[in-house]
Design a protein around this ligand. Structure first.
Ligand code: ADP
Ligand code: MG
Length: 474
């Protein structure tokens, strides 16, 4: 795998030429982001960071990741409907983690009041790395599943053309023709459109709930465009707008700025910094409404690290997906070792093991968005400090996945061109729609490959660590 583009990688003039073409192609194709300096204006934009070359992905693992996606859709949906499972799984976490506790309180309040929502839309992205076993055979191991605001389904559809042109510039037209087409934003929009249609009001809109800082707007615009193409009206609002100008009518229909909202698509609301008191109130209002929330709060909770860890316990998948032995086997095959740090003997033991051998593990809090996990010496220090305190239950431990690095060039605005040892993370987008008890759509909608230099243990594209890539399936 490491030797995929060996013949051109050290040819510096060729690489320079290809990089210049690549950057212009990215701008031309719309692989764009707003700048750090002007995150809310499109007057000055730049290309989103990406690899010069596509990265090798073993075909068996690529197919395996696609094949398990509908199973994961079913699983996430089943968890979101299982009050007892969420309650017991998150019981220790909500005591130690205020953010999860607040989400959980809204979840309980909405259930007590009775769900007004009857159409459910899930958009998730299951992320994997290729763990290199002792014999060198790579295995597909899930890093996590994102059930809220899974991004880059738009921009990633545009990297294929860029990498195709780069390969041609480098004298590899045959390889260029082997790159797979990929358009997650289309699949995402199909799900949103289906939910909008089932909601059943021609004049109602789809509301993208967006952050105050909107650097990644072009990624979202890709999905918006697909909806406008279907004559579905899209509006973009922040929590603040909902707080100030949102309301429910007697039937719990949601109105924002006088427009009825059929679908709320969250690209916001997944980390504590997204919320002040007013935003929490806006979130509650949205959750109480009959609008289709993507995701509803139960589905957001289904994506917590704590839930992920509990899924790996023997018997849990069987309880959640009764009678689906094959789906369970496919799901379980992707699990890495996951460990609870709940108070008690089991937690004491794994904490001691991790303190003695921190490089085997990753310590994860209940956070999203990259840059929150702890590794190596830092993991050891933090765990040592909290090992006897209930604070440790806000974390989980996970086996560290160790992929085989490959050389690539990471193209980033204002950065020098240099070769890096890199590892990649493959994400598969899943989309499903449920009406009452009936699944009316369940699909894999495309993929995302993100690549980062090996010296960064953590972090995604938005966190400024990983860059967009295109799989070269081998
Ligand atoms: P977040 O919700 O912040 O994205 P993730 O669980 O996806 O949290 O972790 C962030 C990043 O940390 C991943 O993209 C990956 O690079 C790295 N990472 C997470 N878990 C592991 C693991 N078990 N082994 C190796 N790297 C990991
Ligand atoms: Mg992640």
């Amino acid at each position: 795998m490491a030797a995929l583009w060996e013949d051109v990688l050290r040819d510096e003039p060729a690489i320079r030429e290809a990089a210049a073409v690549a950057v212009d192609a990215a701008l031309l194709e719309g692989v764009l982001m707003r700048t750090e300096g002007e995150p809310n204006a499109s007057d000055v934009v730049n290309y989103a960071p990406f690899t010069l070359l596509p990265s090798a992905v073993p075909s068996a693992l690529f197919e395996q990741a696609y094949a398990v996606q509908q199973d994961f859709n079913l699983l996430v949906d089943a968890i979101s409907q299982n009050k007892e499972f969420l309650e017991s799984t998150l019981a220790s976490t909500v005591k130690a983690d205020d953010f999860t506790a607040r989400l959980f309180r809204i979840h309980m309040q909405v259930l007590e009041e009775g769900l007004a929502q009857s159409v459910f839309l899930g958009i998730n992205r299951s992320d994997y790395m290729f763990d290199c076993g002792v014999d060198g055979t790579p295995a597909l191991k899930q890093i996590e599943i994102n059930t809220i605001a899974a991004s880059f389904g738009g921009l990633t559809s545009r990297t294929v053309a860029v990498h195709g042109q780069v390969l041609k510039v480098l004298g590899k037209p045959k390889e260029a023709s082997r790159l797979l087409p990929n358009n997650p934003s289309k699949g995402l929009a199909l799900g949103i459109a289906k939910a909008w249609e089932l909601y059943g009001s021609q004049s109602a809109v789809v509301m993208f709930l967006v952050e105050e800082v909107q650097r990644n707007i072009f990624d979202q615009r890709c999905v918006e465009k697909e909806l406008w193409n279907r004559n579905i009206r899209v509006i973009r609002k922040r929590f603040r707008d909902v707080f100030e100008r949102g309301s429910l009518d007697d039937a719990k229909r949601l109105y924002v700025d006088g427009q009825e909202v059929a679908v709320v698509y969250y690209r916001e609301g997944y980390v504590p910094k997204n919320y002040d008191q007013q935003n929490w109130e806006a979130r509650l209002l949205l959750e109480r409404s009959r609008a289709v929330k993507c995701p509803d709060i139960a589905t957001q909770l289904a994506g917590t690290k704590k839930v992920q860890q509990e899924l790996s316990r023997p018997g849990t998948l069987e309880r959640l997906l009764p009678g689906r032995a094959e789906a369970i086997a496919r799901i379980r095959a992707t699990f890495a070792g996951l460990y609870s740090l709940d108070m008690g003997e089991e937690g004491d033991k794994i904490a001691a093991t991790a303190i003695a051998d921190p490089d085997r593990f990753v310590l994860k809090p209940q956070r999203e968005g990259g840059g929150n996990n702890l590794y190596g010496e830092e993991l050891r220090q933090v765990l040592e400090k909290i090992r006897d305190s209930p604070e440790r239950t806000s974390y989980i431990l996970m086996d560290k996945i160790k992929p085989q690095p490959a050389v690539n060039y990471l193209l980033r605005a204002h950065s020098p061109l240099q070769a890096s040892e890199c590892i990649s993370e493959l994400g598969i987008f899943g989309v499903y729609v449920r009406q009452g008890k009936e699944m009316v759509m369940n699909k894999a909608a495309g993929h995302l490959l993100r690549t980062k230099a090996v010296e960064h243990a953590d972090g995604g594209v938005a966190a400024g660590v990983a860059v967009l890539d295109t799989p070269y399936v081998v």
